[in-house]
Structures are given as structure tokens and as C-alpha cells.
Design a protein around this ligand. Structure first.
Ligand SMILES: [Zn+2]
Length: 206
């Protein structure tokens, strides 16, 4: 099964994971687009569909294990592994803050073929830390895949397959066209339950 970038964007919009508005991001920059991956990951059917596209791409890589970083990467690693008939392991943040590691007794055979997956590639940090954790545990990373690459070309030692390469413009408040037009800005993703609500199976912005 293959999937077009436009189809991936449509799925993100349909589940409310991609919203239009005027948003203040955690970086402090402003954007007319907000991406909340958990509006997708809370829906197994849509998540399964996108993971099928990753699994189809990875089918020839002879993957023994799929690895993902906490938190969203756990869901993707599990589902892609399920579809490939592989095992799934998860890379967690180290207590000392220096990257990620495999915990909970996860072990890899020397040279074990591992596919690394993640939801959204932003800076590339989580993906690189996961690759380093797999390599450090003796595995061999044979591929990397994400649902969305919004990094604008993050450097990676392993080529990254993205279902959707997205470009979202962000602005400083003084450059922001929506601020200039006098539109009120909102802070998405903060304050717990604020943000989206589901009514009668449809996602609406609260
Ligand atoms: Zn603004």
C-alpha cells in the first residue's frame, strides 16, 4: 500500500491533528498552522492506515525489530512491528539527559536489523537519539521512517522516509501577518484539556 502526501495531510486534517488559526508555539514563534500528533495517535484506525504505508515501504528491509522514541514513537513502533510481524522496542530519555537508551530489559542481538520510526520530525533530535541507542545496544539501523517531516531537511546519518514532507511557515511576533491584521493568538497544546473537543465523533476546536 502506498499513500500520497496529500492523503496524509487529509487524514491529519480530518482527525483534527492539523488546525488552521493563529497560534503561539512553545518556541514563542507564531504560526497559522498547528500540528497535534495525538489527535491522530488517539485514533487507532487512522494510525493503523498510516503505519501500513510505512510497513509497505519497509517490507523489503528484512526488519527484525522496530524501535521508536517515547511517547508517540511507542505507538508507531508497536503498530508497524505488528504489521511487519516484527518485534517492537522503545527508546526512553536517559536520566542524565544525555540522549536515549533501551530500558526494561530490551536487548538486541549483534547486528539485529532495526527500523526506527517516529511521528513528527521537527529538529531530528529524538530520531538521532533513538538511532544512537540502537547502535549502542549492538543493533544495525537499516532504515528510518516518520509520518511527517517538518524539519525542512534535518541532517540524519540514516536517510529518513517521510510519508509527508510539510513546510509550515513560522514568524516572530513582529513579523507575523496575523498579528499585523489584529487577530488574537491562542496557545495550543497547553493547559491540559484546552484545545480540541470531540462531539458526536467529530473533532472541534474548543
Ligand atoms: Zn501572530
Amino acid at each position: 500500500m502506498t499513500i500520497e502526501s496529500g492523503d496524509v495531510e487529509r487524514v491529519f486534517r480530518e482527525v483534527g491533528a492539523l488546525r488552521d488559526g493563529h497560534f503561539v508555539l512553545t518556541s514563542g514563534r507564531h504560526s497559522a498552522i498547528y500540528l497535534e500528533k495525538f489527535r491522530l495517535l488517539e485514533r487507532p484506525r487512522e494510525t493503523e492506515r498510516l503505519c501500513a504505508a510505512i510497513a509497505a515501504w519497509a517490507r523489503t528491509l528484512d526488519v527484525a525489530t522496530v524501535a521508536g522514541p517515547t511517547t508517540g514513537g511507542i505507538i508507531l513502533a508497536y503498530e508497524v512491528a505488528r504489521q511487519l510481524g516484527a518485534r517492537a522496542v522503545y527508546a526512553e530519555r536517559r536520566d542524565d539527559g544525555a540522549g536515549r537508551e533501551l530500558r526494561r530489559g530490551f536487548a538486541l542481538a549483534p547486528g539485529e536489523r532495526v527500523l526506527v520510526v517516529d511521528d513528527v520530525l521537527t529538529t531530528g533530535g529524538s530520531l538521532q537519539e533513538t538511532i544512537a541507542a540502537i547502535t549502542g545496544a549492538g543493533g544495525s539501523v537499516v532504515g528510518a521512517a516518520v509520518l511527517v517531516d517538518r524539519s525542512g531537511g534535518a541532517r540524519s546519518e540514516v536517510p529518513v522516509h517521510a510519508l509527508w514532507r510539510a513546510e509550515f511557515a513560522t514568524y516572530t511576533p513582529s513579523e507575523c501577518p496575523q498579528c499585523a491584521a489584529g487577530m488574537a493568538a491562542t496557545h495550543p497544546g497547553t493547559g491540559g484539556a484546552r484545545g480540541c473537543v470531540v462531539r458526536e465523533g467529530r473533532v472541534e476546536v474548543a
